[in-house]
Design a protein around this ligand. Structure first.
Ligand SMILES: [Zn+2]
Length: 557
């Protein structure tokens, strides 16, 4: 209703005979296509007008006509679809920027291909330069972990430390081990919450470091300069905007927050950022907020991130029952439970949003219990606890998300990816409540979608395809992997827009197309609500608008 009133008011102004100056005209007008508003009160429209970074009219072509002046940019949708900008609720954004400049092993399908790409990359960078990035997946070639010998002869002058795509293990070559001070006799003990994979015969470190053990090598990598970080941000932002992402939640920490602040102060922050820092630094955040407030609509902070467990791919997600293919382990809790609980209490008492990674069913149950206890002890407030990933849930956990008001921050792409091998790991029963989008929505939970970039590509179209079809990348499940957990296109779009806005306390100004909302918008090349789901993955982003300004336009021709 509000939109209609706004349009009528403008109409009255024009009818009263005054020549409207260009100042009262819209900056941008979209018309002649489908508008998916995400607004349950008015779900569809065919025209939208934007002025000064806000949406000023939503309706039909007639409703925006009077707002078109000489300086208005008219965009004919011509069968395409306008929607709110995608919000990616979980990224490691600057890592993404750095990885755009690193070696790409994501689709390396054999050990030979893996080694060849690293060798070729080494030829393109000066000796001594660390070769990082990677995103390899040993499941591509049957599950054998890579070893340093695979790449040593190709990289005699380059330290290599390339990560698995879930970020929970990395392969070092011998140069990197030497620089990190890891002796070849393997006398170094495994750190708490981590594993140094060793050669079964010699006991020497074989090259792969898991979870907390990754720090042993990572510490030897020289720190990025401010200029490196600034460049990584711009590269990451370009990459995200090309994919229709107008806002990201960044899970990385202080160095990233400082990088965003530098860019914002120069007017060079190209998209909206909710910058989250580590829960262990809650006192620093408290002092920082006392001095600097909580930011603004372009860049804000006030979230604290921690981990309960590891990942499924690294056999470190924490389950109630052992892994099917490694019956000696149920995974592990990566943070001491008493310490994590007391940090959650402290961060909540300080008024911040608590955001915790939990993948295995035991990790999720444990965390829901802590959230319930903390909320009961501290009394009601709009705290919006978040569980990141919420990947494997016990059936009893599902209704608790809605009951406790815990946001499920999930990454549908992982379902299409893990679906290839998850059953071998956790068996036929536990997969029924894996990536349980349908069950969570039916139980009234808020879903916020994202990608965990760089664990998955930051492309929301891949997530849309994955949530709606639940196809797996190996083509083995054309009708969907655990198809009962599929959700609709509109439910997916909502999780990628309004859900993300809610997860960042922005739903009263972002995540829907309605009058007065901030103008973050995306034009897709087709109306995805009317497509055969099989073709969803072919959807392209034609235009991305942040704060009423065109931030990306796909080159035509
Ligand atoms: Zn993450």
């Amino acid at each position: 209703m509000k939109a209609v009133w706004a349009v009528m008011a403008v109409g009255v102004l024009l009818a009263s005979g005054c020549t409207a100056s260009d100042e009262s005209m819209a900056d941008l007008v979209f018309r002649g296509g489908a508008v998916w508003t995400g607004d349950p009160a008015a779900p569809s429209a065919s025209a939208v007008a934007v002025k000064d970074g806000r949406i000023v009219a939503v309706g039909t072509e007639a409703d925006v006509e009077g707002l078109v002046g000489g300086s208005t940019r008219l965009v004919d949708l011509a069968g395409r679809m306008l929607m709110p900008g995608f919000i990616d609720a979980h990224t490691h954004f600057l890592d993404g920027g750095f990885k755009l400049a690193g070696v790409d092993l994501r689709d390396a399908a054999t050990p030979e291909e893996f080694a060849r790409r690293i060798g070729e990359f080494a030829e393109t960078v000066p000796a001594g330069t660390w070769i990082t990035g990677g995103d390899w997946d040993h499941e591509m070639w049957g599950g054998e972990l890579p070893r340093k010998e695979w790449v040593d002869s190709l990289t005699p002058d380059h330290p290599v430390f390339v990560n698995r795509l879930d970020g929970h293990m990395s392969l070092a070559n011998s140069v990197a081990l030497r620089l990190a001070g890891v002796d070849s006799q393997g006398r170094m003990a495994d750190p708490d919450g981590g594993t140094i994979v060793r050669d079964a015969r010699t006991g020497e470190p074989a090259g792969v470091f898991k979870d907390e053990a990754m720090g042993i090598v990572a510490r030897a990598i020289p720190e990025a300069s401010e200029a490196d970080l600034d460049r990584a941000l711009q590269a990451a932002a370009r990459h995200a905007l090309e994919r229709g992402v107008t806002q990201i939640h960044d899970m990385a920490g202080w160095e990233n927050l400082e990088t965003y602040r530098r860019a914002h102060a120069r007017g060079e922050l190209p998209l909206r950022v909710y910058s989250v820092v580590q829960l262990s630094t809650w006192e620093r955040l408290r002092d920082f907020v006392a001095a600097n407030g909580r930011g603004d609509d372009r860049l804000w902070w006030g979230g604290l991130k921690a981990f309960v467990d590891g990942s499924l791919g690294s056999t470190t997600a924490w389950f109630h029952e052992p892994y099917e293919d490694e019956p000696a382990t149920c995974g592990l809790m990566v943070t001491d439970s008493a310490e994590l609980r007391s940090m959650i209490e402290a961060g909540d008492a300080a008024g911040f949003q608590i955001i915790v990674h939990a993948i295995g069913d035991a990790a999720n149950d444990w965390l829901l219990g802590v959230f319930e206890d903390v909320a009961a002890a501290h009394g009601p407030r709009d705290r919006r606890f978040r569980i990141e990933h919420a990947q494997h849930l016990s059936p009893a956990a599902i209704p608790r998300f809605a009951e406790l008001g815990v946001i499920a921050s999930m990454q549908p792409y992982h379902a299409a990816d893990d679906g290839r091998w998850a059953q071998k790991r956790i068996g036929p029963e536990r997969i029924k409540t894996t990536y349980a989008f349908r069950s969570l929505l039916d139980a009234g939970a808020t879903l916020a979608f994202g990608t965990d970039w760089t664990v998955a590509p930051i492309d929301p179209i891949l997530g849309l395809d994955a949530a709606v079809t639940r196809r797996t990348f190996d083509g083995a499940n054309p009708g969907g992997w655990v198809p009962e957990q599929r959700i609709s296109v509109e439910e997916t779009l909502r999780a990628y827009t309004e859900g993300g806005a809610r997860a960042g306390f922005m739903e009263n100004r972002l995540g829907r197309i309605a009058r007065g909302m901030l103008a973050d918008l995306v034009v897709l090349d087709r109306d995805v609500t009317q497509q055969d789901p099989k073709t969803l993955g072919e959807t392209r982003v034609d235009m991305t608008v942040v704060d009423g300004r065109v931030a990306y336009e796909r080159p035509t021709g």
